[in-house]
Design a protein. Structure first.
Ligand SMILES: [Fe+2]
Length: 360
């Protein structure tokens, strides 16, 4: 972890009898602790618009703050953040005119918060419930009716981010594993991406070394200390993703996600071993450098080991996806700007082979 972060980590506060850690950067504060206790320290002003899915909104313990903050809930966030949902949320936000927007949930809910914040001037707070790391990035995706994912970016990062290990504890184990593989993929792609950023690479290395072991441990047994460590790693992975960008693996996951609506984490589990094999062939030195910096002998084997520990799907065929879907994915992947960030050029034939392997 860089000195800019290490110094900020020294700031500690006792909140309601529990240890809470706060990290400050110029544009963003990151908190680890119980949601209600953290929110009390932020002096948030209402009205507050809460954005998330039914599951994530219901999972939050607001600790009696509901009436003081004048919470209005929009709990219709969906995987892949469809445009229809974004439009509904923005309409509600214009009616409520919130002073604060709180996005709670997976990367889709966190991305929804970014799209609303773009339209409404309010304090933006992210409460992630998965390891997707979207709270650390400016980028977001919105699923169009055409099944393509429109990508955008906001100039605002979340001003406040709250990681509550107890909230992560409510996540089903298979979903934790899938989102953990997504976070690990962020570290790998950030580490070998063409866009150089030394602090981003350092964050990628720190999280990339730790995530597989943490995920294997969590597949067997989960506890609060482990959830806290997983959040720390996912936070670094999200920072690395924002700094260094993504490559062929995420270009493939985004295209298949738009076409199939399979959750992003599950797609990561299916695609990652094959994307790594492809780059092992196209850019062996880059892949070997990532493996060495993570102190992991075989990245492909490690990705499959974590996937299997959580009994995640191995192929699109297992989920009943029509084979033609892989043909429809080729053009969006080939057109993706993420390919330019890959450590080696990718030909159309490489994509056909990759999708064939992912299909099974
Ligand atoms: Fe991702």
């Amino acid at each position: 972890m860089g000195s800019r972060f290490r110094g900020a980590h020294d700031r500690r506060a006792k909140v309601a009898g529990m240890s809470s850690t706060e990290m400050r950067t110029p544009a963003q504060r990151v908190h680890v602790g119980a949601i209600a206790e953290v929110l009390r320290t932020l002096e948030i002003e209402g009205p507050v618009l809460v954005l998330g899915s039914k599951r994530s909104v219901a999972a939050v313990d607001w600790g009696g703050l509901e009436s003081r903050l004048a919470l209005t809930y929009f709990d219709r966030s969906e995987p892949h953040n469809p445009q229809r949902v974004v439009d509904e949320a923005i309409r509600l936000a214009r009616d409520v005119a919130p002073r604060t927007i709180i996005a709670v949930g997976s990367a889709s809910a966190i991305d929804l918060g970014k799209t609303v914040r773009k339209e409404i001037d309010a304090l933006a707070v992210a409460i992630p419930s998965t390891l997707g790391g979207a709270e650390m990035s400016r980028g977001y995706g919105v699923l169009q009716a055409t099944h393509e994912k429109a990508v955008g970016a906001t100039r605002h990062v979340y001003a406040e981010v709250c990681y509550d290990p107890e909230l992560l504890a409510t996540l089903p184990t298979a979903t934790l594993g899938a989102s953990g593989l997504n976070a690990w993929a962020h570290t790998i792609e950030a580490r070998y991406a063409g866009r150089e950023h030394w602090l981003g690479r350092a964050a990628a290395e720190a999280a990339g070394r730790r995530l597989p072991a943490l995920l294997l441990e969590a597949a067997a047994s989960r506890h609060v200390a482990l959830h806290r460590q997983l959040f720390e790693a996912a936070h670094l992975a999200g920072f690395a993703l924002n700094a260094c960008g993504m490559a062929i693996h995420h270009a493939t996951c985004h295209a298949l996600g738009g076409l199939t609506r399979i959750p992003h984490g599950v797609l990561n589990a299916m695609v990652l071993p094959h994307a790594l094999r492809l780059n092992g062939r196209l850019a062996p030195a880059a892949l070997a450098e990532v493996a060495a910096s993570f102190a992991i002998v075989d990245l492909v084997w490690e990705a499959e080991r974590v996937r299997d520990a959580y009994k995640l799907p191995r192929t699109l065929a297992e989920l009943g996806v029509p084979r033609e879907t892989t043909e429809l994915a080729i053009e969006p992947i080939f057109a993706s700007p993420l390919l330019r960030n890959n450590p080696a050029p990718v030909e159309r034939g490489d994509l056909v082979d990759l999708l064939c392997a992912v299909y099974g």
